[in-house]
Design a protein around this ligand. Structure first.
Ligand SMILES: C=CC1=C(C)c2cc3[nH]c(cc4nc(cc5[nH]c(cc1n2)c(C)c5CCC(=O)O)C(CCC(=O)O)=C4C)c(C)c3C=C
Ligand SMILES: [Fe+2]
Ligand SMILES: [Fe+2]
Length: 349
């Protein structure tokens, strides 16, 4: 009997046009794990304020990344599915679902069920666990399978932010640029989260205090569910692979939405400081994403580049994401098979 693999990414609009972007934003932001406030406040905020006002602006940005075949996030997902299926062979059936919009997780689960699959490994395409991403995917899958006559044996890959192949692939992609020219700083910019989401996750040994801007203890390997700490760990491991000193790189968090405090430091502030320090050449990684998308290509590749140049910077280079890199497919295969090559001895940094 085949074993099922369900790859899940965030999702993307059906087209780059404003109505489709609005529809996507509505579904995405109405998720109670994404905007984690009571429904009676979330509904008007999303439907009357954020979606209507943000959709036309976001649509212009989606226009910049859209290809003839569609959204890069979806196209890389489809390609990863194909390559992983080839790598795993006939004993496995691989499907792709998006948490929001299409193809839905429901359709991907039906695809697996129609192939007689009774055992499914769910692999969210988010290396660092957050309730808003991996948690939401896990909840959705459980809601969907709970009504099946034969409830499948489902397991989840909750995170892989320290998996050696994940780290090595990013490091190799970056090294290509580091060999080409001199850089005076390296930046690791991760997607941000409202600070309260970290506090709510109950990580009381880590980012516990309200407004805490530093993880109190970097107990890597023990507080893997603190998204912020996991991001620092990913950055430290890539930096180690690149043989960077602590002073040669910074970690920061992008994409703040609204006025509430998000996890810090904010990417924009860090870029302004780097510029003020007279650094001219910056290499930027965005390792919360495993595929290039709006957040990497436009936000890091264009918007942060502009801010850097306005603050004295001269050369800004975004390191592309893992996309369909063969070593990334090896990493996915390793995760599916539960080889757990990421569970090495816990290291201290
Ligand atoms: C409260 C708002 C948001 C939270 C929390 C959030 C967490 C989060 N998101 C990703 C990954 C992606 N986000 C993307 C786009 C995007 N994210 C938000 C808001 C929150 N994200 C918005 C409003 C948007 C839409 C774009 C925009 O209008 O600016 C994408 C890109 C999708 C694409 O089609 O290219 C990804 C991927 C992570 C990993 C994360 C928490 C860890
Ligand atoms: Fe997001
Ligand atoms: Fe933390």
């Amino acid at each position: 009997m085949k074993k099922g693999v369900l790859l899940v990414n965030l999702g993307t609009p059906d087209s780059q046009k404003t109505p489709d972007v609005r529809k996507y934003l509505r579904e995405f932001l109405m998720d109670e794990r994404v905007i984690d406030i009571p429904f009676y406040k979330r509904w008007p905020l999303v439907n009357l304020i954020i979606a209507p006002f943000r959709a036309p602006k976001s649509a212009k940005e989606y226009e910049k990344v859209w290809t003839e075949k569609g959204s890069p996030l979806l196209l890389y997902g489809i390609e990863c599915k194909r390559l992983l299926q080839d790598k795993l062979g006939q004993d496995y059936a691989v499907a792709l679902g998006m948490r929001y919009q299409s193809p839905s997780i429901e359709s991907a689960l039906f695809e697996l069920r129609s192939q007689g699959v009774k055992e499914i490994v769910v692999l969210p395409l988010f290396p660092q666990y957050a309730s808003a991403t991996t948690g939401s995917v896990m909840q959705k899958v459980m809601e969907l399978v709970k009504g099946w006559q034969i409830v499948p044996d489902v397991s989840f890959v909750q995170h892989y932010h320290r998996h050696p192949l994940f780290i090595k692939t990013f490091a190799e992609l970056g090294n290509k640029y580091l060999r080409e020219r001199e850089y005076d700083h390296v930046l690791f910019s991760f997607h941000g989260l409202p600070q309260r989401q970290i506090v709510k996750a109950g990580i009381d040994t880590c980012c516990k205090a309200k407004g805490e801007t530093e993880c109190v203890n970097k107990m890597y390997g023990k507080n893997t569910f603190c998204y912020r700490s996991a991001c620092f760990e990913t950055a430290d491991l890539i930096a180690k692979e690149l043989k960077l000193e602590k002073t040669q790189y910074s970690v920061c968090f992008q994409s703040r939405l609204g006025k509430d405090p998000w996890i810090q430091p904010y990417t924009e502030d860090v870029i302004i400081n780097i510029g003020k320090e007279g650094k001219k050449n910056v290499l930027a990684f965005s390792p919360a994403f495993v595929a290039d998308c709006l957040e990497t290509t436009v936000e890091v590749g264009e918007e942060y580049k502009e801010i850097f140049e306005e603050n004295g910077g001269e050369h800004w280079q975004l390191v592309e994401s893992l996309n369909d890199h063969p070593q990334w497919i090896d990493c996915l295969s390793d995760l599916v098979k539960g080889n757990e090559s990421q569970v090495e001895e816990l290291k201290t940094y």
